[in-house]
Design a protein around this ligand. Structure first.
Ligand SMILES: *Cc1c(COP(=O)(O)O)cnc(C)c1O
Length: 369
């Protein structure tokens, strides 16, 4: 039986082997492993790619959210508005900055934060809004920028799942005051290890993030602030520079696969399909369908060789980390997504023909249920 892998993070090594091996040899021969020209070059490339003025490499995607919050002065006693439906890192970033995440339930159509409910969540303690371009689908940020401006709030994008996405002709990463990206291996642009970056047009913010990630020092041994250590290492930067040249082609491949799924699964009344909000260009980090008999569907697909995953099976407000701070029934749309979501395989390791076969299997299986 043919099997369809959900994810294959090694596949890009085999397709780009000679360029990646050359990058590795260059870094090893130069003997410069933290910072230096490889990091500078990747930061310039990624800033240009996003259409932003600055990019600061950091240790991982979580830090890429924590550091801009800290740099904007968000801390104890403050609140940050986050989506209820997101990977837990979004909430943890707020908690790590010392502030309180204030979740807003999801829009059932886009599964992203419900824009209509954000204003009601603003209090005198709110300092920032952190929209997440979940599953690679950009949040429409125009109205959020206006709302943030009216209330004196910072808009910090969690762009960990949406490298290359667009909204209204602008790239994800330039839709707010700052954005955090993750280069975790499974992301659309993934390193061969951990990595992240903060992208911004604000020179003071870029400077503060770099300072906070470098022991609070701008000049060696002059520790102006109680910062920490969060840096993108030279080897990962060199690998990422190679992979960045291919991100648009990979995202187009994801779009082609998503188009097949959307077309072939459209007629099925029991399935709910994902969508990109009007005016946005999604990059399909994940393709999340919903079905009320999700677990049975998942088992049957596995038996037919289709690997799937769940994003996410347990809502953050029900997790051990946050259950004490939220009512169990506060976020019904998010709960419904958690109970019914199923992520189909998508990514550059799959062909359009694979997607067609997978769609056929999903369609047959749903009809049998
Ligand atoms: C992956 C991810 C993060 C965290 O990135 P890491 O590099 O794993 O720290 C943050 N937010 C979202 C939405 C993510 O998917």
């Amino acid at each position: 039986m043919k099997t369809f892998r959900f994810l294959d993070v090694a596949s890009t090594y085999f397709t780009l082997r000679s360029d990646l091996d050359a990058a590795y040899a260059r870094v090893m021969n130069a003997g410069w492993f933290v910072g230096g020209p490889e990091l500078d070059a990747f930061e310039a490339d990624f800033a240009r790619y996003c259409g932003a003025r600055f990019c600061v490499g950091v240790g991982n995607g979580l830090d890429a959210l924590v550091l801009p919050l800290r740099a904007f002065g968000v801390g104890a006693g403050d609140e940050v508005i986050v989506p209820a439906n997101t990977f837990i890192a979004t909430w943890l970033a707020v908690a790590m900055a010392g502030a309180r995440p204030v979740p807003v339930d999801a829009d059932p159509a886009t599964m992203n934060i419900d824009l209509a409910r954000i204003e009601a969540a603003i209090t005198p303690r709110t300092r920032a809004i952190m929209p997440v371009h979940l599953y690679g689908a950009p949040v429409v940020c125009g109205g959020l920028r206006a709302l943030a401006g009216e209330h004196g709030l910072k808009l910090v994008e969690d762009a960990a799942q949406a490298h290359g996405g667009m909204e209204g002709g602008r790239r994800v990463g330039t839709l707010g005051d700052a954005a955090g990206f993750s280069f975790y291996p499974g992301k659309n642009l993934g390193a061969f290890g951990d990595g992240g970056a903060v992208v911004t047009d604000d020179p003071a913010l870029a400077d503060a993030v770099r300072m906070l990630g470098n022991y609070g020092a701008r000049v060696k041994y002059h520790h102006d602030s109680a910062g920490g250590n969060s840096r993108l290492d030279s080897l990962q930067a060199a690998f990422l520079a190679v992979k960045l040249k291919h991100i648009d082609a990979w995202n187009r491949q994801r779009q082609a696969i998503a188009d097949v799924y959307l077309r072939r699964l459209a007629g099925n009344a029991d399935l709910r399909l994902p969508m990109a909000a009007p005016g946005t260009q999604a990059v399909w980090h994940l393709f999340v369908i919903r079905h009320l008999a999700r677990d049975a569907l998942r088992d049957k697909l596995a038996a037919r060789g289709v690997e799937t995953a769940l994003h996410y099976p347990i809502a953050n407000h029900r997790s051990g980390a946050f259950a004490a701070t939220h009512g169990r029934d506060d976020f019904p749309v998010t709960d419904a997504i958690c109970a019914s979501c199923l992520s189909l395989p998508i990514g550059p390791h799959l062909s359009v023909e694979d997607a067609d076969e997978i769609a056929g299997i999903v369609h047959e299986t749903v009809c049998e249920l």
